[in-house]
Design a protein around this ligand. Sequence first.
Ligand code: BGC
Length: 443
Amino acid sequence: MIEQGFLLNKDQLKPIVDGFMHEFQTGLKTPSKGLATMIPSYVTKLPTGEEQGTFLSMDLGGTHLRIAAVELKGQGKTEVRELKKSPSPELKTGEGEVFFDWIADAVQEIIARESLLFNEQQRNGKETISLGVCWSFPVDQTGVASGTVLRMGKGFILKNVEGKDLAELFHAAFRRKNLNVVVTAIVNDTVGTLVAHAYTNPKCRIALIFATGINAAYPEKVRNITKLDDREKYASDAKMLINTEIDIFGSEKYLPLTKFDLQLDKSHSQPKFQLYEKMVSGAYMGELTRLIAMDYIHEGSLFEGKVPKGFDQAWCFPTANMSTLENNDHEGISHIFNHFSVTPTSEDIELLTRICRNVSTRAASLVSVAIISLIEQQQLWNRQEHIIIGINGSTFQYYPHMDSRIRNVLNEWYGTDTTGRIDLEVASEGGSVGGALIAMLAK
Ligand code: BGC
């Protein structure tokens, strides 16, 4: 079986868990130089669920920009009125100023559209409106509302942005557009998800994003974050939410990289960056599947050894196609094959579906490594309580059987008793609510 290296058992996962645990320790003590991991968020409180008020928030991910007016209603309830836009490939790879102006225009649009939520002074620019920013990219935080933009990923290669202060980039755009808006909180999407999920379930202790990218956040004892200056100013039992940037964990030394992972990395615009993310997340699983399928075609066992039209183009097979195949969605499947102008046999469909299953099962195993290492780091297993994990992202929510595949790995690792106490909850409110809550908690 060509995709043999994709099936990982407990013994093969162990060195990766150990490697991740080691990276937690080094990341907590090593001040960042450029690419950082274990980034302190400066957020030391989780919400109780009773917070109330209306806040403006902005959430930028790999595919969408969401600007939202978020009403926190108490009792864990929220109402989100959002404006959703997608940046064009030109915007994602162009001049930073143009990109931030585009965001400022969207902020202006929502203030006009949801004008009833703002008072007259705010509408006419006399009173400042606070904005919580949720940023699904690495930022080396220097405070709750400031941080240096690091290398972005997800197709973003903005000019004149890396190394600059994120809040300043926004404020400059707001000044150019005459907007009286100020950034009062900046959070990574994982931290936003942890806070947002804790609003509905205050026991949540791990947030995981499993979407286009992968990453996780958790509360760490401040006394363990030895790279943090002025640790003494926090209470002795204080905890701070940490953005692990687990997406860049691991190296060739201990990640079980196959020749397909190396091939994918080589053809990527940012090679050697986010090797772990490239093995698991929604942006990449489709391409891994395609690369494996190409080997089967060359061997003669798929599509009669003939490459379907366009199938040799890198990135032409999105991860959503894998869901369609694994869901056995006949109409969707015909659509995929029509696109590649090929009439498959039932064996072709079966083989391609098996590749999808193996690629996504490996993703489930490697994502479980992130979960296990975060449970270990906080020693959550030795309490008798439920371990609440809030997971946000399309790959977790919509990829068939992802939840049960992750559970299988946890069962193999911890046994059924402990796994029975691990609750993988869909954290449907992510960045927007998280950004708003932190803007509020920071106030
Ligand atoms: C980014 C992280 C982000 C994650 C999930 C990764 O590519 O580096 O900052 O949290 O994707 O969106």
